[in-house]
Ligand binder design. Structure first.
Ligand code: HEC
Ligand code: HEC
Length: 308
């Protein structure tokens, strides 16, 4: 009986506060886009057949079927979609392989989803669209990681990419409703295409800013260390990033201290004089408010010391 009351009064409230704070913190700081199963499938299909010989006729057929209604019959653009002329095959390939295109309806937000077409068809469409203009933009890259330096890649990532995608690559919501997506499922080709073409709200980085050698270092770092991290030990917490993880640590740590303080405070014996002088409304460990007199287990013989 006394034990049950002791628990409900002294522990239930702080415990509820800690649980509520941790849940709230996780909700607020949990990244908007977490790695999905769809992306895993995507990575496999993307890395498979980069040596495909493009079939422009098939590319045209697919483009006319799916893209022309919005982008125009020669990709010249329309009231609802931008021109694709002058964009390199690398840009088209990124938007198709990430599932951002085709849009379901004009005005919809491009979102990552499994690609509509397979790897070979993506390349056919991309090469066909690129062939519609004399200007050749960034092509579909062949990524070679031979001799790449992962430590250099980390420096570039920490300096340039982490500001938006976070240091763990889990992604983050930026200001203005912009989301820097998770990099946990992107392919080598997609990384190079994104860095060199700057999709949507991401800046474009030319070889003057990130050299080709630095870019392959970067790709090696993202695909080896970020996508397959070796855990340093302790609880992983899903690799959500230092802010969310710090929050969990802070509140669980502080919460345990608060609980311990309540527990110690409750076990300190108090006489009725101490209770009255401190105006402790909860009535100390006795809690029955009835009989004045020493309550503590040790028999409160020395009151002067007890209410210091
Ligand atoms: C329902 C209309 C619609 C359809 C269908 C569609 N698109 Fe788009 N597309 C858009 C809109 C709108 C944008 C601009 C999106 C944005 O920037 O947020 C866009 C943007 C793009 C971009 C990026 C352009 C740039 O300047 O960065 C590419 C590449 C693209 N589309 C390719 C395609 C391809 C290839 C297809 C067919 C497989 C296709 N789209 C089908 C509406 C459409
Ligand atoms: C200023 C913020 C910003 C910086 C810096 C930045 N990115 Fe991005 N990145 C974005 C945004 C926003 C998108 C989503 C583009 C869209 O959907 O319109 C994106 C998309 C991507 C994608 C495509 C993801 C997908 O789902 O296909 C990759 C890959 C990528 N970034 C890699 C990088 C790398 C590597 C760096 C460092 C060189 C970098 N980004 C630097 C904001 C940024």
């Amino acid at each position: 009986m006394r034990r049950a009351r002791w628990f409900s009064r002294r522990l239930a409230v702080p415990a509820a506060v800690v649980i509520a704070a941790v849940s709230l913190g996780m909700l607020v700081w949990w990244p908007a886009s977490t790695p999905s199963l769809a992306g895993t499938v995507l990575t496999a299909s993307v890395t498979k057949s980069t040596n495909h010989k493009p079939n422009l006729n098939l590319g045209k057929t697919l483009f006319d079927e799916t893209c022309a209604s919005c982008h125009g019959s020669s990709a010249e653009g329309s009231a609802v979609a931008p021109s694709l002329q002058g964009l390199g095959a690398g840009t088209i390939d990124l938007w198709l392989s990430s599932g951002w295109m085709p849009l379901a309806a004009p005005g919809a937000q491009p979102a990552r989803k499994p690609p509509k077409y397979d790897r070979a068809q993506n390349i056919d469409i991309a090469q066909y669209v690129a062939s519609l203009s004399n200007y050749q933009g960034f092509p579909i890259p062949k990524v070679n990681l031979k001799g790449a330096n992962v430590a250099n890649g980390f420096s570039v990532f920490a300096e340039i990419c982490a500001a938006c995608h976070t240091i763990t690559g889990a992604g983050d919501a930026l200001s203005g409703g912009i989301i820097a997506p998770s990099l946990h499922d992107v392919s080598k080709t997609q990384i190079v295409e994104a860095v060199r073409t700057g999709p949507g709200n991401m800046p474009r980085f030319s070889s003057g800013v990130i050299s080709n050698a630095q870019l392959s270092d970067l790709v090696a770092y993202v695909t080896r260390n970020i996508q397959h991290p070796t855990s340093p030990g302790g609880l992983g917490l899903g690799g959500v990033g230092p802010v969310a993880e710090g929050f969990v640590g802070l509140f669980i740590g502080v919460g345990l201290c608060v609980l311990a303080a309540f527990w110690i405070g409750d076990r300190t014996p108090r006489g009725p004089l101490g209770v009255e002088q401190h105006g402790d409304g909860e009535g100390g460990s006795g809690g029955d408010g009835g009989s004045p007199g020493p309550v503590g287990d040790d028999g409160g013989s020395d009151r002067e010391i007890q209410h210091v």
